[in-house]
Design a protein around this ligand. Structure first.
Ligand SMILES: [Zn+2]
Length: 258
């Protein structure tokens, strides 16, 4: 018995895995834009989601949850860079040079690396970008890429979180130096605040209000203009006054996507 190809092998929660079909039940060939869902052939427009938001707004966590629900990969540039370096590609070698010298990776290389990534099999039904584009020139380059993605449905979500909450998240964040697990603690006690693995939690050296202020300044200067650039294409998800758990942020984002 032949099983339909699973478009997104990397996602454990891929909906296709819940249903098994033989190719005989498909009336037309299972091409790249045809997936089987509850026995119906359905052409899926690639869902491309850009998640914008300040540092600590919860983009990464939210992107992971969206990726799971919609069975599309989460693409963060840092991860893509590390992957290119790991596999020893020519691009990876270039990226490494810039990263090791502490310099910014130029847009041309970023675009090449990104293009490589989004043309892979698992991106056929779309993908979610977390941390890209960061600047207007990058957004302009990405618009060019989008023109080549047939039927792409672009969604842009901006996580609009009060600054006070961004600082509080930073202040409450502790990490395990052994297993890198991240904790949010209202009160830190050096004696009792330990990780599940038994190690004492620490504060990351670069997790300070000063560092956050600098990152926020950069974000406001370089990335916030994207909200004007994308204009009424942006859906805003606000977290104001009192902080909410990650699940609630995701629920609010998902409501916009739905
Ligand atoms: Zn640990």
């Amino acid at each position: 018995m032949k099983i339909l190809p699973i478009n997104n092998l990397s996602n454990k929660n891929n909906i296709h895995k819940q249903y098994k079909y033989t190719l005989a039940s498909i009336t037309k060939p299972a091409s790249c834009d045809t997936v089987c869902f509850k026995g119906i052939n359905k052409t899926v427009a690639p869902k491309i989601i850009i998640l914008l938001g300040a540092p600590n707004s919860g983009k990464g966590t939210c992107a992971r949850q969206i990726a799971q629900k919609y069975s599309i990969p989460q693409i963060s540039l840092g991860d893509v860079f590390r992957r290119e370096i790991k596999y020893g590609t020519a691009l990876g070698a270039e990226v490494k040079t810039y990263m090791e010298s502490g310099g910014l990776v130029p847009d041309n290389i970023i675009i090449d690396v990104l293009t490589n990534r989004i043309t892979q099999e698992d991106c056929k039904n779309g993908f979610i970008l977390d941390g890209f584009p960061r600047t207007i020139p990058q957004a302009e380059r990405f618009d060019e890429i989008l023109k080549n993605i047939k039927g792409a449905e672009l969604r842009i979500i901006n996580l609009d979180v009060d600054k006070k909450i961004l600082y509080k998240r930073s202040a409450n964040r502790y990490i395990c130096p052994e297993c890198s697990r991240v904790y949010s603690l209202e009160k830190f006690d050096p004696k009792t605040s330990v990780c599940e693995c038994g190690s004492k939690l620490i504060k990351r050296a670069d997790d300070t209000p000063d560092v956050l202020t600098k990152r926020l300044e950069n974000y406001e200067k370089q990335t916030m203009p994207l909200l004007n650039y994308y204009g009424n294409k942006v859906d805003y998800v606000g977290i104001h006054g009192i902080d909410v758990p990650a699940e609630e942020t995701f629920a609010r984002v998902d409501e916009k996507l739905g």
